[in-house]
Design a protein around this ligand. Structure first.
Ligand SMILES: CC(C)(COP(=O)(O)OP(=O)(O)OC[C@H]1O[C@@H](n2cnc3c(N)ncnc32)[C@H](O)[C@@H]1OP(=O)(O)O)[C@@H](O)C(=O)NCCC(=O)NCCS
Length: 139
């Protein structure tokens, strides 16, 4: 059942570029036919790792999922956009905020914020040990 026609749940998409866009398929659904939360968590982890790896200039490993809110259900066929931003840079860790929006019934521009999460990644070296995050280079 699609419940997104309620205007109070509709949110415009942010104007910046998402890190990731993906559409869940029937194989990503749970036994009730809605999208499985674990599948959404995996996509959030991928989206968050992109700015973390870029900022740390190398590989990262997820050390913590600090918070995760499934605010609205996700349906098979929704077009999901994942927005991921650096919120904190530590000595070896980077904390990333991820927001997920679903475009449902896309021809009707029906957009809903479905998920918010905060994750921490650690920059790692070739031995999978923490490494110091380099300073930002400004050109
Ligand atoms: C990532 C890993 C290499 C870090 O090694 P570690 O010895 O545990 O790291 P440290 O204790 O030195 O902490 C590293 C950083 O993580 C931070 N950190 C540790 N525990 C944390 C937590 N629970 N929440 C948030 N940040 C945390 C530390 O504060 C530190 O950040 P800082 O240097 O910016 O201050 C190691 O924990 C690991 O390999 N974990 C498995 C990673 C993985 O497989 N992820 C996918 C799982 S599905």
């Amino acid at each position: 059942m699609n419940t997104s026609n309620n205007p109070s749940t509709q949110t415009p998409l942010p104007s910046r570029m998402p890190q990731l866009r993906v559409m869940p398929m029937p194989a990503d659904a749970n036994i009730h036919g809605d999208v499985f939360g674990g599948w959404i968590m995996a996509q959030v982890d991928i989206a968050g790792a992109i700015p973390a790896a870029r900022r740390s200039n190398g590989r990262v490993a997820t050390i913590a999922v600090n918070s995760f809110l499934f605010k609205q259900p996700v349906f098979v066929g929704d077009l999901l956009s994942f927005y991921a931003d650096v919120v904190k840079v530590g000595r070896t860790s980077i904390t990333i905020s991820v927001e997920v929006y679903a475009e449902r019934n896309r021809l009707e521009a029906d957009t809903v914020k479905v998920t918010e999460a905060m994750l921490t990644y650690v920059a790692t070296d070739d031995d999978r040990k923490p490494r110091i995050i380099p300073d930002l280079v400004t050109l």
